[in-house]
Design a protein around this ligand. Structure first.
Ligand SMILES: Nc1ncnc2c1ncn2[C@@H]1O[C@H](COP(=O)(O)OP(=O)(O)O)[C@@H](O)[C@H]1O
Ligand SMILES: [Mg+2]
Length: 415
């Protein structure tokens, strides 16, 4: 009997101890010592006001001057590197112009990310869903849905600003036929002023469009965002800090460190990653203040960012080799130079190109390694003969590289 009680006591004690252990080690999660609103550091979060970019806002607004008129429409292309604030700028612009025109014109905006909607049908389905949730769209072809969209907009007496974000995904997948149709939605119909269009892309998509689409877009309606300078990033860091961190947890020195580190890429997302990462590190050490080492340690965990603009400058053969390499590296960690050459031959066949010889392939691989697009390493087989060169991609995402190459190769081959 005593024995049984002892067992029970031991068991209970054991459990109690474990409970308090558990509470202890989880204590710091959500303690709010530093991070008050984690959602503020999400990439999709858009603050009420974006900081800086005054000239760019004005430039975009000037493209939309016609919108105040009953029948006016506008078109714009916004390009810039990742994290240059394209999405944030366009979203806040749409919100502002809708407010500005209240009483003058009833404007709505629909923002579609073509990364997930990369066919004409999917894009028009999303537009319809946005306007009329109950609309029967299944089984209808894109053209029929387009007519429905026009009717829906007109019967509601509104004007639509359609934003196609990351439009290069749509273009690569389905060409520019939908853009052509959207741009001439009113032509051949008894309608005017139905739709304005903003296209957003990392790439210079204007180059990829057919002339019929370009002439309707107009070359002048191109807004280029450059990557952020250190001072631009500092302002963004200051704003996020006020929005999402506790008072006094993040000094000017820390903000300076964050923006200095992010300036290497000019990517505003880096600011979010660094601030959030450093805040979490401080919290998990039980501190209410971010120290430089929290930022520095976070920097080390982020992938180094290589200037991926290098890719679109590559000669066409080099791009074809890179396409084979990046396709394979989506699935495996590395490949040999021999495999890369075989894959290059497959890609050449696909694009109807005559493959270059072994020495040229070798030279291009070396060139891409110099640019840090790929990394190369010999294995250490003793005996020296027939050492194998292994290729990997530590600085970039193979899927991103593949996407960029596929976007630009056609144009490159036309030259
Ligand atoms: N000028 C700015 N002011 C405040 N936040 C910004 C600004 N520019 C970018 N951001 C923020 O940085 C992140 C990345 O911006 P985003 O618009 O997604 O870039 P892009 O679409 O060019 O890749 C988002 O969280 C965004 O809210
Ligand atoms: Mg974006």
């Amino acid at each position: 009997m005593i024995f049984a009680i002892d067992i029970a006591r031991m068991f209970n004690n054991g459990r109690q101890e474990r409970d308090s252990d558990m509470a202890d080690y989880l204590d710091r999660i959500g303690s709010g010592l530093v991070l008050t609103r984690p959602e503020v550091f999400g990439f999709d979060y858009i603050p009420d006001e974006i900081v800086g970019r005054e000239d760019e806002k004005r430039e975009l607004a000037s493209m939309f001057i016609g919108l105040a008129h009953r029948e006016g429409t506008a078109r714009a292309v916004v390009t810039g590197p990742v994290g240059s604030g394209k999405t944030a700028l366009v979203k806040t612009f749409c919100r502002d112009i809708i407010r500005h025109l209240v009483g003058k014109r009833d404007v709505m905006s629909v923002h579609i990310n073509c990364r997930n909607a990369n066919t004409a049908t999917r894009v028009v389905q999303r537009i319809i869903q946005h306007m009329d949730k109950g609309h029967p769209h299944r089984g209808l072809a894109a053209d029929e849905l387009l007519s429905s969209i026009r009717r829906l907009i007109q019967s509601s007496n509104r004007h639509m600003i359609l934003v196609l974000d990351e439009v290069d995904h749509l273009l690569r997948h389905s060409g520019d036929d939908l853009l052509y149709k959207l741009l001439r939605l009113d032509e051949d119909q008894d309608s005017i002023g139905t739709l304005s269009l903003i296209m957003i892309s990392q790439e210079q998509v204007l180059d990829l469009l057919e002339s019929a689409v370009i002439s309707r877009m107009g070359h002048s309606s191109h807004l280029r965002l450059s990557s952020y300078s250190e001072s631009g990033l500092l302002k963004i860091a200051q704003q996020r800090c006020e929005l999402g961190l506790t008072n006094g947890s993040c000094s000017e020195e820390i903000l300076g460190l964050v923006s200095q580190s992010a300036a290497a890429t000019g990517d505003a997302r880096r600011v979010m990653e660094l601030l959030e990462g450093a805040a979490k590190r401080a919290e998990s050490s039980g501190r209410g203040e971010i120290l430089p080492k929290d930022v520095q340690k976070t920097v080390l965990t982020l992938p180094t960012n290589v200037d991926s603009d290098n890719i679109i400058e590559l000669p066409s053969d080099c791009m074809l080799i890179l396409m084979g390499i990046s396709r394979r590296l989506r699935r495996s960690e590395s490949l040999t130079s021999g495999e890369a050459e075989n894959l290059y031959h497959v890609v050449c066949e696909e694009y109807d190109q005559k493959p270059k010889g072994h020495t040229t392939v070798w030279k291009h691989i070396k060139h891409m390694a110099d640019l840090d697009i790929i990394a190369t390493k010999y294995d250490n087989v003793s005996g020296g003969r027939g050492r194998t060169l292994h290729i990997s991609m530590p600085h970039m995402l193979p899927s991103d590289v593949q996407r960029r190459v596929e976007t630009f190769i056609k144009k490159r081959l036309r030259r």
